[in-house]
Design a protein around this ligand. Structure first.
Ligand code: MG
Length: 229
């Protein structure tokens, strides 16, 4: 059974990404088997699902255009491994828009983006990566606490998860609404995981970018394994 689930996980990871990182932290220095952690923090995009629509992208373009007062898009901005707030910041920095002209409008911009995406949910094209649901069900059956740690704004991340039926598996999440940097999202997520699973909880992080690794390490979560395909 364990071997079969191990193979299932490999299948998930193979299709999920060409490179997927699994990191774990426990009181022991020994790495635990992948399904024996107390709590799991999953990245969303590229780890649990793929979005092949451009709804989120157009939400950025519209928000940036409103903030800059001229047409803008994400050209030249690294979105992978970033946060939604960080993507806005990097795009506006690149366009030389002064901080003090947009930061006071950040909260209303976030609300605008969430509304923009929600109104276009009919255009969503989300694909759950194969066997992800099997893995999540297995971890839940073992009593693990499952959460998401994502750079998405909450209103957008929740829509992606609910659109493809994954939201029900997670009991908590940390999103980027209050954070500009991914490592701070992870910090919030680790705190929530410990509140739910106990102060000594062994935590496993799954993500698909080097920034996920850096962010996990910033909170004492040592690298457990890197899957390369
Ligand atoms: Mg990702």
């Amino acid at each position: 059974m364990e071997r079969r689930l191990g193979l299932v996980l490999r299948a998930v990871l193979r299709i999920a990404s060409s490179l997927l990182y699994i990191m774990g932290m426990s009181s022991s220095t020994d790495a635990l088997p992948w399904d024996l952690y107390d709590a799991y923090l999953f990245d969303i995009d590229g780890t649990l699902l793929h979005c092949t629509d451009a709804v989120h992208f157009f939400a950025f373009c519209e928000a940036l255009t409103a903030l800059a007062g001229r047409p803008m898009n994400l050209e030249g901005v690294i979105a992978h491994g970033n946060t939604d707030v960080g993507i806005l910041r990097d795009a506006l920095l690149l366009a030389k828009i002064p901080d003090d002209s947009w930061r006071p409008r950040l909260r209303e911009t976030q609300a605008f983006m969430c509304r923009f995406v929600e109104e276009r949910i009919g255009d969503f094209r989300t694909t759950v990566l194969p066997a992800v649901e099997t893995v999540l069900l297995h971890l839940r059956a073992r009593g693990a606490v499952l959460g998401v740690a994502t750079g998405n704004l909450e209103g957008i991340g929740r829509l992606k998860l609910s659109h493809c039926g994954l939201l029900k598996h997670f009991v908590f999440g940390e999103f980027s609404d209050a954070y500009e940097f991914r490592r701070d999202v992870f910090g919030g997520a680790v705190k929530k995981a410990r509140r739910l699973a106990g102060p000594e909880a062994r935590i496993c992080v799954l993500g698909d970018t080097p920034e996920d690794v850096r962010s996990a390490k910033a909170h004492g979560i040592a690298k457990l394994n890197i899957w390369r395909w």
